[in-house]
Write a protein that binds this ligand. Structure first.
Ligand SMILES: [Zn+2]
Length: 358
C-alpha cells in the first residue's frame, strides 16, 4: 500500500471508568460501545483503527511503522525516537467524580524504565458550574510535607484548586501534582506514555472499605513540588487560528472554521491530530474530502503542506512544533510580545530558553 496523501479518520478506543459518564455520547456525539460509564476515549492510540482511505481497517501503529518519515515528518520522527510510534496521544476525558491526584515522570525519570515522560495539556470542552482542577501544590511545600500529608489524609490542604470554564487551556508539565475534578469534560494532548502514579485518593474507599492502590513512593520520586499547571492565554496567529499552548513536545491550536479561511498552511516537520469539538468540518488534502464531525479525530500525515478546511466548527490541532518556525516567528509577525509567547509553555522554560540562546 502506498503512503497516505490525505487526512485519515481514526476510530477511538473507549475505556469504561467508575468516575466516567455519558458525555462522550451526549456532548461529543460518539457512539459508546455499551451502557455504563465511560471515562476516556483514546483518539490516537497505537491500536486505534484507521477507518477511511486506502489504509482502512489497519491499525495506526502499522501505518506509522510502515511509513515513519512520510507520516510523522522530521520532528515527529525524532519525537518518536526508539519507540517507533506516534509520539502524541489525544484523548477525551469525561469526569463525573473527582479523580485521584496523579503525577507523571519526565523524560529523564521515565528513561530508566525505557519509557517516555508525560507532559500534557488540557482544553476544557465543558464544565459544570463550580468545577475545579487540581493544578499543583501551594508554594513552599516540600516532598516531605507531601509525604506526611498523604499519611494523615490531608493532602487536600496543600493542593491548589482552580475553577475552570469551557474554553480554558492548561499545560501540565511532567512532575506536576494534578487532578481533574468532577463535572469536567476535556480534550487532552499528551506525550504518548502510560506512566501514571496515583499519589492521593482523598481517603476514599470502595464498597468493601478498601482504598484504591496508590503509588506513593514512585509518585514522590518524580514529583516536582515547584511546578504547576498554568492557565494559558491563547495568542492569535491570524483571525480564526489561535495557539493555545506550545512546548517542545507539542503545540495545540484552535481553529475556528470558516473564520480561518479555507486553506490552512501546515507545520513542515510534523503530522497533525485534528479533533472537532463543535460543529462539523470537511478536510481536503489532495484526494477525497473527509468529513470530521463533532468528537471525531483525524491524522494528517506530515507530507501534506496545506489543507482545505471548510464547514463550520471548532477544531483542535496538535502537532510536534519547530518552536521558532511554527510558533515564535508567526506570533511575532502578528505583533505578540515575547513575554506573551513564552507564557504558552506554562511553567516550562522551552520558549524562553530559545530567546535566551539568541
Ligand atoms: Zn495526567
Amino acid at each position: 500500500m502506498t503512503a497516505p496523501d490525505g487526512p485519515i479518520l481514526l476510530e477511538p478506543r473507549y475505556d469504561s471508568k467508575i468516575w466516567g459518564g455519558r458525555r462522550l455520547e451526549t456532548v461529543l456525539q460518539k457512539s459508546l460501545p455499551g451502557r455504563g460509564r465511560f471515562g476516556e476515549s483514546l483518539e490516537s492510540a497505537a491500536d486505534s483503527r484507521l477507518v477511511s482511505g486506502p489504509w482502512r481497517g489497519k491499525m495506526l501503529l502499522e501505518l506509522v511503522t510502515t511509513y515513519p518519515h512520510e507520516v510523522l515528518g522530521s520532528l515527529g520522527y525524532r519525537a518518536s525516537g526508539t519507540f517507533h510510534d506516534l509520539p502524541l496521544l489525544a484523548k477525551f476525558i469525561d469526569a463525573t467524580d473527582d479523580l485521584s491526584v496523579q503525577v507523571h515522570p519526565d523524560d529523564d525519570a521515565a528513561e530508566t524504565m525505557d519509557r517516555r515522560g508525560k507532559t500534557e495539556a488540557w482544553y476544557v470542552i465543558s464544565a459544570d458550574p463550580d468545577s475545579r482542577l487540581i493544578t499543583g501544590l501551594v508554594p513552599g511545600v516540600t516532598v516531605d510535607d507531601v509525604r506526611r500529608a498523604i499519611s494523615e489524609t490531608r493532602l487536600g490542604d496543600l493542593l491548589i484548586e482552580r475553577p475552570v470554564h469551557a474554553g480554558d487551556t492548561l499545560l501540565i508539565p511532567a512532575g506536576t501534582a494534578h487532578a481533574i475534578g468532577k463535572g469536567v469534560l476535556l480534550y487532552e494532548i499528551q506525550q504518548a506514555s502510560d506512566v501514571t502514579y496515583r499519589m492521593y485518593d482523598w481517603g476514599r474507599v470502595d464498597e468493601h472499605g478498601n482504598p484504591r492502590d496508590l503509588h506513593i513512593d514512585a509518585s514522590l520520586s518524580v514529583l516536582k513540588p515547584e511546578l504547576d499547571a498554568r492557565l494559558i492565554t491563547p495568542l492569535e496567529r491570524y483571525p480564526g487560528r489561535e495557539v493555545l499552548a506550545a512546548s517542545r513536545y507539542f503545540a495545540l491550536e484552535r481553529w475556528r472554521v470558516p473564520n480561518l479561511g479555507a486553506t490552512v498552511d501546515l507545520p513542515v516537520g510534523s503530522f497533525l491530530l485534528l479533533s472537532t469539538v463543535d460543529g462539523s468540518v470537511s478536510l481536503d488534502g489532495s484526494g477525497e474530502a473527509l468529513r470530521l464531525g463533532t468528537g471525531q479525530t483525524a491524522l494528517v500525515p506530515a507530507t501534506l503542506e496545506s489543507l482545505r478546511v471548510t464547514g463550520e466548527g471548532i477544531v483542535l490541532a496538535s502537532y510536534v512544533p519547530d518552536l521558532m518556525q511554527d510558533i515564535i516567528l508567526p506570533l511575532r509577525r502578528q505583533g505578540h510580545a515575547d513575554a506573551a509567547i513564552s507564557a504558552l509553555d506554562g511553567a516550562l522554560d522551552d520558549i524562553q530558553a530559545l530567546f535566551d540562546a539568541r
